[in-house]
Design a protein. Structure first.
Length: 114
């Protein structure tokens, strides 16, 4: 059974940073492209970043390019999202997902506010 557990969210001031983590289980993590999505209140879920397996190529939404960095540790079956220069419009619940499978974790809330 695929399981994804996100953590690392919280309340941060504009311009601040957070690092999200997602621990995966139930599949061979290193073989699969991993993604981070977010969903703001009243809006559709959107793709934020992707890290492609096995070559590690990364893709980002235009709104986060240059501020967010996705990475992975295959030994720990964990994908990360380093978020810098946070803006109020980054406020959302953040989810990780293995691109291949239709399963979601519970998400982690990120709130950017002064």
């Amino acid at each position: 059974q695929v399981q994804l557990v996100e953590s690392g969210g919280g309340l941060v001031q504009p311009g601040g940073s957070l690092r999200l983590s997602c621990v995966a289980s139930g599949f061979t993590f290193s073989r699969y492209t991993m993604t981070w999505y977010r969903q703001a209140s009243g809006k559709e879920r959107e793709l934020v970043a992707r890290i492609i397996s096995p070559d590690g190529t990364t893709n980002y939404a235009d709104s986060v390019k240059g501020r967010f960095t996705i990475s992975r540790d295959n030994a720990k079956a964990t994908v990360y999202l380093q978020m810098n220069s946070l803006k109020p419009e980054d406020t959302a619940v953040y989810y990780c997902k293995a691109q291949r499978f239709p399963y979601w974790g519970q998400g982690t809330q990120v709130t950017v506010s002064s």
